[in-house]
Design a protein around this ligand. Structure first.
Ligand SMILES: Nc1ncnc2c1ncn2[C@@H]1O[C@H](COP(=O)(O)OP(=O)(O)OP(=O)(O)O)[C@@H](O)[C@H]1O
Length: 231
């Protein structure tokens, strides 16, 4: 299988001198599902932000789908981001837009054909089980439903890679499992998923590759690994 994400000797120093990543080497193949675990401050968010070019490495190369994004010009970043879906802990929906409009907006900004937009929005809302809520506004939805809208929005452009930073961080256990069902369906369609998480139960029950970070270094990388830290 092809490398979807390839990191070569990636370092990140923040302006205050903190070294958040210390020489990370990693290959993630097309279609893999990877959990990123580690204690608070280990570098998970920094690692995740590197993949969608929210941050630039201080040193090293990051290839997404064979393109080195470390050397992208700022003006090329929006185009690159079309290839990456991103989901956050806090959903980040637009409050004055309906569910349908929140998802459609992501396709409108990239000037997708209107007829295709409608078809695709209905497809992804169906995938996340929220077609019946398409006219609702975010504040009329539960947290889990809002997160499913945010996931629908992140994948409506069919990105090959989906990145999630603590997607179940604000959700109760049962709702978290609904989110994982959606991720499983998306992964089954061939999308590569990288998910930073503190959710021990999910990592231990829904087995996938586990990468553990400590002090900005990969200290463990296991197929079907465990969460591995004390509660
Ligand atoms: N903008 C920033 N400026 C300076 N230092 C930062 C910045 N963001 C993070 N750091 C530092 O970099 C290190 C890694 O932080 P990071 O947020 O990547 O960890 P994390 O594993 O995601 O933690 P958490 O689980 O608490 O979210 C920490 O020491 C943190 O204090």
């Amino acid at each position: 299988m092809e490398d979807m994400i390839l990191m070569q000797n990636v370092w990140k120093a923040y302006p205050n001198g903190v070294m958040a990543l210390n020489g990370v080497d990693l290959s993630v193949k097309q279609g893999e599902f990877v959990y990123v675990v580690g204690q608070s401050g280990a570098g998970k968010s920094t690692f995740i932000k590197m993949i969608f070019r929210e941050l630039k490495p201080t040193k090293g190369k990051i290839f997404i789908n064979h393109k080195n994004i470390a050397t992208l010009k700022d003006r090329q970043v929006p185009y690159f981001r079309r290839k990456i879906g991103v989901v956050f802990q806090d959903f980040r929906l637009l409050p004055k837009m309906t569910v349908y409009e929140n998802v459609a907006f992501a396709l409108e900004v990239i000037e997708e054909h209107p007829r295709l937009i409608k078809k695709r929005v209905m497809e992804v809302l169906d995938l996340v089980g929220l077609k019946h809520k398409m006219r609702s506004f975010p504040d009329q939805l539960s947290g889990g439903e809002q997160q499913r809208v945010s996931i629908a929005r992140s994948i409506c452009n069919r990105p090959p890679v989906l990145i999630a930073d603590e997607p179940t961080g604000n959700l109760d256990p049962e709702t978290s499992w609904q989110i994982m069902d959606v991720f499983t369906r998306i992964n089954d369609q061939g999308t590569t998923i990288v998910m930073a998480t503190h959710n021990r139960e999910i990592v231990n029950k829904l087995k996938h590759r586990v990468i553990a970070l400590e002090g900005g270094m990969i200290v463990r990388d296991e197929e079907e690994g465990d969460y591995g830290y004390e509660a």
